[in-house]
Design a protein around this ligand. Structure first.
Ligand SMILES: Cc1cc2nc3c(=O)[nH]c(=O)nc-3n(C[C@H](O)[C@H](O)[C@H](O)COP(=O)(O)OP(=O)(O)OC[C@H]3O[C@@H](n4cnc5c(N)ncnc54)[C@H](O)[C@@H]3O)c2cc1C
Length: 323
């Protein structure tokens, strides 16, 4: 049975003298059922992750052809269930979970309801994000009555932590106690005009109460170390958790830079170009991830946070060699 308390990400970090491990998963595609998720997580649980993040996926608009030939706009949510998956994982594995919460697609009332649900479920961690533009939009557009930036969502979570709800006349309100994480970008967020500007807004999130930062994936540790130094230089003093992802297919050479706006170091891309097939790529990817993880661990990072989508066994192999 689960303990009747949850630990905050920052408590896990403060109470540990060594580098911790955490994993990030996606909700299953609609129709798959939660068993597929458990099968994904089972091989990773032997490493006692301190927490497991569950991403949030907003609805998409698509056009579907009706029988009469007319196209109609339909709303599809491919990966629902973030909050309930967090609760199920907590109950099944007795591990803390961190749901991601985004601005996109939510107005402030829906956000408040989501936070109240998390609080009722006993979840005291949340990673607050803006979210990307919807598939049919070129730039991010907040929902009517929703938040424009992650910092605005963060302030709403902080208000609930102070017992301030949207209905101002509520009396004797419950104060939530969310530990709040935010995203940081060692290679800059793609919309930011420059690194200085991006760091300025990251500092604003931390000054507004973010407890820690989790980074976008990177494949060159030097970029993470430079990012941490730049953060420290401007007074961002919270833990900065590196986000790590394995490469396991040639396709990722183009997909990862395009989707996540990151660089792949030349020795890595050349080694992958030279592979005969994806099995070989997987070997290179595993070795690269292991070396990255070893160096980060040696440097004393608080947590190694792995994006596990697609290759839990590869990640299990890496973590096994680290601890
Ligand atoms: C660890 C991690 C987990 C993620 N998980 C998810 C997920 O589960 N679901 C999902 O949909 N997306 C997820 N994302 C993607 C994320 O939503 C996108 O990268 C999004 O484009 C930016 O989110 P943010 O929270 O960094 O935004 P913000 O902090 O709001 O920043 C967005 C941009 O605006 C700029 N900016 C910030 N504040 C201001 C301001 N006041 N004025 C002007 N400019 C400003 C920033 O420099 C940046 O360029 C994740 C990203 C990371 C790194």
């Amino acid at each position: 049975m689960r303990n009747n308390y949850t630990m905050k990400v920052t408590d896990h970090i403060q109470q540990s003298k060594k580098t911790l491990v955490s994993f990030e998963i996606l909700p299953p595609l609609k129709g798959k059922g939660i068993q597929s998720l458990y099968s994904h997580l089972d091989p990773l649980m032997e490493f006692n992750p301190s927490f497991i993040n569950v991403t949030y996926h907003r609805s998409e608009h698509t056009f579907k052809k009706r029988a009469d030939g007319v196209f109609e706009k339909v709303v599809v949510r491919k990966r629902p269930g973030t909050e309930s998956i967090c609760a199920s994982i907590m109950n099944k594995y007795n591990v803390d979970t961190v749901p991601h919460l985004i601005c996109g697609g939510f107005n402030v009332n829906e956000t408040e309801d989501a936070l109240i649900n998390l609080n009722y479920l006993g979840i005291d961690n949340v990673l607050v994000l803006r979210g990307d533009a919807a598939k049919n939009e070129s730039t991010f557009e907040p929902e009517t009555g929703g938040h424009q930036y992650a910092i605005d969502l963060l302030k709403q979570v902080n208000n609930l932590n102070d017992g301030i709800y949207l209905e101002e006349d509520l009396k004797n309100t419950n104060k939530t106690k969310f530990c709040i994480g935010v995203a940081g970008y060692p290679e800059k967020h793609f919309e930011a005009p420059n690194m200085e500007s991006d760091l300025k807004y990251l500092k604003a999130k931390v000054d507004a109460g973010a407890d820690y930062v989790v980074t976008q994936m990177f494949f060159d540790n030097a970029k993470y170390f430079a990012f941490v130094k730049a953060c420290r230089d401007i007074g961002i003093n919270v833990p900065i958790i590196p986000g790590l992802k394995p490469i396991y297919s040639k396709k990722q050479l183009t997909i990862l830079p395009k989707t996540f706006h990151i660089d792949l170091p030349q020795p890595l891309s050349e080694a992958i170009h030279g592979c005969k097939n994806d099995l070989d790529v997987e070997k290179i990817g595993e070795e690269w991830l292991l070396n990255q993880s070893k160096e980060l661990k040696q440097s004393g990072v608080p947590v190694l946070h792995y994006y596990t989508l697609g290759r839990p066994l590869l990640i299990a192999n890496v973590v096994k060699q680290l601890f």
